[in-house]
Design a protein. Structure first.
Length: 460
């Protein structure tokens, strides 16, 4: 069985062959830590976690290296720090913001059942590598210093007579059109209107580091160079998979390719570029102004993380998702059922009917359809397949207990009412027994009678 992945660059689905089968290497752009992550940010986290798990299943746990960065230097971080901690020196305030937000991000994605990546590099710990790449780009004639900035010239890249990729190839744009369509109010120090920033001067009080290119003033990196530097440090000049949301294709990933390929004279940076589609909420684009901006943190108050995970995976990763309450409720009911039948069962090997669609460019919606069929035919395979996908991290009792807790149902009180009802039924007082059943239903508790007695659960 072979794995096939869709590559944004070649725009086709190809058989995946790692550069080195003992060391499969994947990089995914991580969060900029200035605020709670929203449910859209959870999509790449969950999608690439499934891919990470699948690769580990295929190549062995010790043979897959997954790098997801943390961007901890950014204007948005500076603004938030100044706003939230006005009394502190900016650098201290920034540290507080990045520590708090980074910690919250981990708590959120752990709850979604995402494994921690092999390495989570921070941008501020890779300034040396960024300077090195910038120096190489200047030496190669792809970048230049001007007014304390260093800029990359896509036109110099495309004029170079070599095996370099064409700037614009990843995002399928032509540089000539970009030049023609560029804004007119381009910064005066730019030679070309599509030139982008590799390094820029810091304002007083902002985080700053010694600059490359002989620039005297201290400065800070642009966003794109961070990922080129971290990917290089942890995965090398050329690696297997690079992922992120579809919004990152241009300019972020186009610029990463340009920087890395020009610095190291490479034809490719990653062999497979994978991008998840966008998530919208109840058919609307999620935005702060529309007031439909949902954080993972808020959702986790109402739903177990695995419900959010299942809800995300019901849609193929390249399609857009419409995130709705109705679909969440359905996902919760499905998981309640799977926990009841499979959580305490000794898991078997994951079923071929689940693994095969995953091998076809991570077709999780087909894999989930296969899980539904297994429920009636092979429960150990259902249990093993669910675990492969990152579900069933709890026992059936823990799951039910959490549901009860979240609903505010007092289990002792429920048990007491059920014994009263059993006694009423024994003395054939069906009026009283029905009254108690209705009372329980009012509390959100569903009961089921069988020959072995009465069981109950919190109804969703
Ligand atoms: P950011 O912190 O905005 O750079 O985003 C972190 C990751 O979340 C990137 O991979 C984005 O592409 C992804 N992302 C942001 N918003 C959405 C969304 N609404 N749907 C899917 N992915 C998103
Ligand atoms: Zn990135």
């Amino acid at each position: 069985m072979e794995l096939r992945l869709y590559d944004t660059l070649s725009r086709d689905k190809r058989t995946f062959a790692p550069l080195d089968a003992k060391d499969v290497r994947m990089y995914v752009c991580g969060p900029t830590v200035y605020d709670f992550a929203h449910i859209g940010n959870a999509r790449p986290v969950i999608v690439f976690d499934v891919l990470f798990r699948l690769l580990r299943h295929l190549y062995g746990e010790a043979h897959v290296k997954y790098v997801r960065n943390i961007t901890d230097v950014d204007d948005k971080i500076n603004d938030r720090a100044a706003r939230d901690f006005p009394g502190l020196p900016l650098n201290e305030a920034i540290r507080k913001v990045t520590e708090q937000t980074g910690g919250q991000f981990h708590a959120d994605v752990d709850a979604l059942g995402a494994l921690r990546p092999s390495v989570e590099p921070r941008a501020t710990e890779h300034i040396v590598e960024m300077r090195e790449i910038i120096e190489r780009l200047i030496k190669g004639g792809f970048a230049y210093a001007a007014e304390d900035h260093v800029l990359f010239s896509p036109q110099a890249m495309n004029a170079a007579n070599s095996d370099l990729p064409r700037y614009g190839a990843l995002s399928n744009r032509s540089l000539d059109e970009m030049v023609a369509g560029a804004r007119v109010d381009v910064a005066p120090y730019k030679k070309g209107n599509t030139d982008f920033v590799l390094w820029k001067p810091s304002k007083p009080g902002e985080p700053s580091w010694p600059s490359p290119a002989g620039i005297k003033a201290e400065g800070r990196p642009g966003w794109h160079i961070e990922c080129s530097a971290m990917a290089w440090k942890h995965l090398g000049e050329h690696f297997d998979i690079h992922g992120g949301g579809i919004d990152l294709v241009f300019p972020h990933h186009e610029n990463e390719v340009a920087q890395t390929c020009c610095a190291f004279h490479r034809e490719r940076m990653a062999n497979y570029w994978m991008h998840n589609g966008f998530l919208q909420v109840e058919s609307e684009k999620m935005s702060k102004s529309l007031g439909n901006f949902i954080t993972i943190h808020e959702l986790l108050k109402d739903w177990p993380g695995e419900v959010l995970r299942l809800n995300m995976l019901k849609t193929h990763y390249r399609s857009p998702i419409d995130w709705t309450m109705k679909s969440l409720e359905e996902s919760a009911r499905t998981l309640d059922d799977w926990y009841r039948v499979a959580a305490d069962v000794e898991p078997g090997a994951p079923a071929a009917s689940v693994v095969e669609p995953l091998l076809d460019d991570l077709n999780t919606s087909l894999a989930i359809a296969a899980l539904h069929s297994l429920r009636g035919s092979d429960v150990p395979a259902l249990a093993g397949s669910l675990r492969l996908l990152g579900f069933l991290s709890e026992s059936a009792a823990q799951w039910e207990g959490r549901k009860q807790q979240a609903s505010g149902v007092d289990a002792g009180e429920v048990e007491r009412l059920i014994s009263e009802r059993t006694a009423a039924r024994a003395r054939k007082d069906f009026g009283e027994s029905d009254r108690i059943r209705d009372l329980l239903a009012g509390m959100g508790v569903a009961i089921k009678d069988s020959k072995d007695g009465t069981t109950w659960e919190v109804a969703r």
